[in-house]
Design a protein. Structure first.
Length: 468
């Protein structure tokens, strides 16, 4: 057979590799997504959109720096990047199977055959033998097995990129939420310290009134109890701040992190972004896209498993030279070549290959369920964030009114006590009510700000896929 005939046969077989494929055409599943969210964004400002650095809307440079450090130093981000590198390497390896493999083999030997053997004519003198050849092998992807494996690896590589974006979105949200909690605790600590100063001043005044015979020992004891309770409350608030600071240190990778106190009321309430249509979440959230890519990969794996049921065809070829002298290896007289075609057809395997098809189909169903669950969770998270934002906004307004009234009531009770018209217990009750009201306003402001963080996260945080 001539080189031309061998080459023609090889080209013909290779061209057949793209003629058949068992890979099912992927179509995004049709999900029963509501036309609109249960909660409506009544506070939407025209033209506002979620920006990718949404945390900058809180107008706090400290927060900006913390998020930047977290995205750079956090170990979960580093882990996600390493997984991307691994998945890319796997995709390159799988894709390489579609191309021929070429190897260079070289060998040299010197042998002596016995003169006392069956062929004494070849014995006696040592002989050299040198050989060099290029060998290639290629599996014809007639059923699309290798192409399906490449598609699966590509989808898994994309899923790792979306997973990294999901980690980044969750991380920035955690940093912002923890920072807001710390600022809330700062304000609560400041309020409690002011209340404690007032209680201590009241205690000192009550003791003087006792010495003057105006107050009773019971008044002093009650004032002392109130002061001690506030001291304990202050210690608890400081403990919570320390714990949240430790958590923020781990998130940012700055283990010796220290933050000066600041008032949460200095932070603005960001404009509420438009939630858009629920169907937009399919493109706006990296975790949903990650689940979809894993579903695409599992879809391709079904084709890989099915292709194993059909014959596999491989081509091999070798070209080189063999000679007794090293200098003659490349001469035409020393040329050697070989070509071959192999076919492997599974006949009986006790159902092993069919079981692999069933496994791949079951995994595809699992991936579909995961994808549907991610969409449903995204829809719920947006609704939750919207209702939390609305309710806490209304609650803050009501509690602010309550705080103002409690402050007036405290002033009246103090004046009445000093004038001898009421007992000191009334003053203590008024102080407690005012302190609780002031703390409730701060806690609700915290909840309102954290709800805005949750809404930014639920809407995808301005994420856009950079993958074509």
């Amino acid at each position: 057979m001539s080189y031309f005939k061998i080459g023609s046969l090889a080209v013909t077989l290779v061209s057949l590799a793209g003629c058949q494929s068992l890979l099912p055409d992927y179509q995004r599943p049709k999900l029963d997504v509501p036309a609109q969210y249960t909660e409506t964004t009544t506070q939407v400002q025209a033209g506002t959109q979620v920006q990718s650095n949404w945390w900058a809307l809180y107008n706090d440079q400290v927060l900006d720096d913390l998020v930047s450090k977290a995205l750079q130093n956090n170990t979960d981000i580093k882990l996600a990047v390493a997984r991307i590198e691994e998945a890319d390497a796997v995709a390159r390896e799988v894709g390489a199977a579609l191309l021929p493999q070429v190897d260079l083999n070289m060998a040299g030997s010197r042998t002596r055959v016995t003169e006392a053997g069956a062929n004494p004519i070849f014995g006696g003198n040592p002989r050299n033998n040198f050989k060099a050849q290029l060998g290639t092998s290629f599996e014809i992807d007639f059923w699309g097995k290798l192409r399906s494996a490449k598609e699966s690896a590509r989808a898994q590589a994309l899923s790792t990129r979306y997973a990294k974006d999901t980690v980044a979105l969750s991380l920035s949200s955690l940093v912002a939420s923890n920072y807001l909690v710390i600022r809330s605790l700062d304000s609560q600590i400041a309020i409690t310290q002011d209340s404690l100063k007032s209680r201590d001043a009241s205690l000192a005044l009550t003791k003087r009134r006792l010495e003057g015979g105006v107050a009773s020992a019971l008044d002093v004891d009650q004032a002392d109890v109130a002061s001690a309770n506030l001291s304990a409350q202050l210690l608890e608030l400081n403990r919570l701040r320390a714990l949240n600071l430790h958590q923020l240190a781990v998130l940012t990778g700055v283990l010796d992190l220290n933050l000066a106190s600041a008032d949460i009321n200095a932070l603005p309430i960001p404009p509420t972004p438009p939630a858009g249509l629920p169907s937009s979440l399919l493109e706006a959230r990296p975790d949903v896209r990650q689940a979809e890519e894993l579903m695409i990969a599992s879809n391709a794996n079904i084709s890989v498993a099915k292709a194993a049921l059909y014959p596999s065809i491989s081509l091999t070829a070798n070209l080189g030279g063999e000679s007794l002298a090293l200098g003659d290896v490349l001469k035409s007289a020393a040329r050697i070549w070989s070509g071959g075609l192999s076919l492997n057809l599974p006949i009986f395997d006790s159902g092993r290959l069919n079981s692999r098809v069933d496994q791949a189909s079951a995994k595809q169903k699992q991936a579909l369920a995961t994808y549907e669950g991610s969409v449903q969770s995204a829809f719920r998270e947006v609704n939750d964030a919207l209702v939390n934002l609305r309710q806490n906004t209304e609650r803050e307004t009501a509690l602010s009114r309550s705080e103002a009234s409690a402050k007036k009531a405290l002033q009246i009770s103090e004046n009445r006590y000093q004038s001898g018209y009421s007992a000191y217990l009334d003053v203590l009750d008024a102080q407690r009510v005012y302190n609780d009201a002031a703390l409730a306003v701060i806690q609700t402001r915290q909840a309102r700000l954290v709800a805005t963080v949750a809404l930014f996260k639920a809407l995808g945080g301005g994420w856009q896929s950079t993958v074509q």
